[in-house]
Design a protein around this ligand. Sequence first.
Ligand SMILES: C[S@@+](CC[C@H](N)C(=O)[O-])C[C@H]1O[C@@H](n2cnc3c(N)ncnc32)[C@H](O)[C@@H]1O
Length: 282
Amino acid sequence: MDPRIPSLSGEPPTPAVDISLPNAARIYDYLLGGCHNFAIDRETAEKAMAAGRSSALPARANRSFLRRAVRFMMAEGIDQFLDLGSGIPTVGNVHEIAQYANPDAHVVYVDNEPIAVAHARQLLAGNENAAIVGADLRDSGAVLTHPDTRRLLDFDRPIGLLMVAVFHFIPDSDDPSGIIDRYVSAFHDGGYLALSHYTEDGYTPEKRQRATAGKAAYRTQAIGRTRAELTGLLRGMEVLPPGCVYTPEWRPDDEQPVVSNPADAEIYAVVGRIPSSSSTDH
Ligand SMILES: C[S@@+](CC[C@H](N)C(=O)[O-])C[C@H]1O[C@@H](n2cnc3c(N)ncnc32)[C@H](O)[C@@H]1O
């Protein structure tokens, strides 16, 4: 069986994908009710949920935060977004939210997962105001100088930077703070950063054990960080109210999933205002 998914004409071929192994991005898509996943992803997710090692709540509450953060930024006048670790296009994509409110809003997606990139290319075909860059977000130079990034984002105007449910895949040895600094310092007129991140704050030893088993089943290396560590990543920015909170607690609205205990969402959310470089140059 050829494991490659078909490429669109004119697009570079999609690298081989081993569909016998579960993949965290596709499992996330499944948990959100998307359709870009394989049998192995669905089985793995169902088994982990049946064993009480995982639930769909963190993914749904996170996606809901992403929607609220984009709407918040749009209300603040942001009309261009750089979405790092954008994932497989699924329920409530950033360009759909943004371009619904403003058809001229520009969105650059970035992901290093071949399936996510291929599906995003298909979804975005014909959309002049949005593109996906297949790159590792740690390579900020490649992302920031990519022709689609340069075409769609104006670095002399404020930009909405989205790092939603992705930084927990970046270990300390890769210098997450330095990565954020490199993006933010390219934004001459500032903007906003929305960050959401897996945490094990408040885990009981039993829950920690279950989470470790869940990570092994999903083959993810997600690193839980504390509230203080995450707030530290926004150094130099103004952290906006309500601060770093569980995703369901960040400026809730009527459309988000009902959650009795916000900590069950297991993901923190925080939004900061990025100052313009002129206000930090002196
Ligand atoms: C859990 S999904 C989050 C998707 C989306 N941001 C959301 O919150 O709905 C994480 C995504 O980050 C991508 N990712 C992980 N590490 C990455 C890296 N170093 N560079 C680019 N993308 C990465 C994965 O491929 C996956 O699609």
